[in-house]
Ligand binder design. Structure first.
Ligand code: CMC
Length: 432
């Protein structure tokens, strides 16, 4: 390493100078520990709530340049994958690092297809939920319950076992998700059909009624596949960090995926698409938009849902693709009545100084909800639709973490702000 690739720090408390190596644009936080104000001092730490400027891992999976609006999986631009790939091929790419050749893809598709079936006992778990249980709550519980059927899953360092669980999880996500929906609407469970593609099979299990064979509409099947590709991974976001953090305890992947799905459920993450539709419905008409924008700008807790991103500060490349997909879906389903409100809201926000100054642009969730709604998915299912493909990203990241010799159990530090040591106070001596 050239000596210029270092950072010189002078600690003004002691007058001592330290030289820390800079590698890949980072310094190692642990190198700061040697900087002490005295013998009793623990050593310097960084304070970084919400990980605003901390790289928690080295990863070769997904690349994002937020300023330029670039998203790549294993080097392939998201635009090319959305146009030319399928979700299953993309999942293979994320997990294995390379696109499959023809026979590898065939085998992968076959394996996933033949693992979509669930153990019948799992239906008992679903049946115990109330009719109005949120499908995301059911999904999280079902993923966890699924893991109990495969006790060998805890052998996470056995490559064969690990791969088997990855196949099972990716395959069974669509079945669990669709069964949750059928429970919610009181319809009999529709079983997987091995003749169908991954998204086609999901639509089959969601919507099949009395027909002998369900035929998904090819345009809607493709639209769903593109949405799955766009949602498959997004490097170290909230749910993926949860996946890595939980997985770092060496728990089985079902438990870790259940935890990651719980993180995804929140309205600032995978729940945002649901919130977008609620917001557009609440706005109700184009004439109400200026008033709504005023409330957002007043900062009284109202946010323009589907806008803004921690990383993208130019545009979200997924939003561009999704907008195009939305029109392809509306050609089949008819236009969403909320589309005009969304378009006008986007136009006003993109011109408004408040949003421009803060670099707030439509994100992946701004249009995905409109597509899902047009495809007859109830709003509660939106985060589930995000979780289905993200499982391949979570598992890719989890596997990478397990094989990374730099990684250990995740254990952040804290700055303690509580009471100094004090003696226990008996009940009779406590203040009223
Ligand atoms: N509407 C109005 N103001 C906003 C919004 C918004 N959607 N997002 C950020 N701001 C403001 C925020 O109030 C702050 O203003 P100020 O500087 O005056 O305090 C400024 O913009 C910077 O925002 P921030 O909260 O520091 O940004 P962040 O990086 O912490 O948050 C975010 C990113 C996605 C959580 C946030 O933009 C947000 O809550 N957006 C709405 C929810 C949403 O659409 N989430 C989906 C994210 S994309 C899918 C995914 O990956 O999960």
């Amino acid at each position: 390493m050239a000596s210029s690739d270092t950072l010189t720090i002078t600690d003004n408390r002691t007058g001592k100078t330290y030289e820390l190596p800079i590698s890949e644009g980072t310094i190692r936080a642990i190198d700061l520990r040697q900087i002490k104000s005295g013998a009793e001092d623990f050593g310097l730490m960084t304070y970084d709530p919400a990980f605003m400027n901390t790289a928690a891992c080295r990863s070769a999976i997904t690349f994002i340049d937020g300023d330029k609006g670039i998203l790549e999986y294993r080097g392939y631009p998201i635009e090319q994958l959305a146009e030319k790939s399928t979700y299953l091929e993309t999942a293979y790419l994320l997990l294995k690092g390379e696109l499959p050749n023809e026979s590898q893809l065939k085998e992968w598709q076959h394996t996933i297809t033949y693992h979509t079936i669930l153990n019948e006992n799992l239906k008992g778990v679903l049946d115990s939920f109330r009719y109005n249980a949120h499908p995301m709550g059911m999904l999280i519980s079902m993923i966890s319950a699924l893991g109990t059927f495969y006790p060998e899953a805890k052998n996470i360092y056995d490559e064969e076992v690990r791969h088997k669980q990855i196949e099972r999880l990716i395959a069974k996500m669509i079945t669990i998700a669709a069964f949750g929906y059928r429970h919610m609407v009181g319809m009999p469970y529709a079983y997987p059909d091995n003749d169908l593609s991954y998204p086609g099979n999901f639509l089959n299990m969601m919507y099949k009624t009395t027909e002998v064979k369900y035929q998904p509409h090819p345009a809607l099947e493709r639209a769903l596949d593109v949405l799955f590709i766009l949602h498959a991974d997004h490097e170290q976001n909230c749910s993926t960090s949860a996946m890595r953090s939980i997985g770092s305890s060496q728990v089985d992947p079902y438990s870790a995926v259940a935890g990651a799905a719980a993180a995804l459920y929140g309205p600032l993450h995978g729940g945002a698409n649901e919130q977008v539709i609620r917001m557009l419905t609440e706005i109700g008409s184009i004439s109400n938009i200026p008033d709504f924008i005023k409330r957002v700008k007043a900062g009284d807790g109202v946010k323009l849902m589907g806008f803004g991103h921690r990383v993208y500060k130019n545009y979200d490349p997924r939003a561009k693709i999704i907008k195009k997909v939305a029109y392809e879906v509306f050609d089949v389903t008819g236009k969403s009545p909320l589309l005009d409100i969304a378009l006008e809201l986007e136009k006003i926000a993109l011109e408004d100084e408040y949003f421009v100054k803060r670099k707030l642009y439509p994100n992946v969730d701004f249009y995905s909800g409109l597509i899902y709604q047009a495809m007859q998915f109830p709003m509660d299912m939106f985060p589930v639709l995000f979780a289905i493909p993200r499982v391949s990203g979570w598992l890719s990241q989890w596997q990478e973490m397990l094989l990374d010799s730099d990684q250990k159990i995740a254990r952040p530090r804290q700055i303690f702000t509580g009471s100094a040591r004090r003696d226990y106070v008996g009940m009779g001596e406590r203040k009223a």
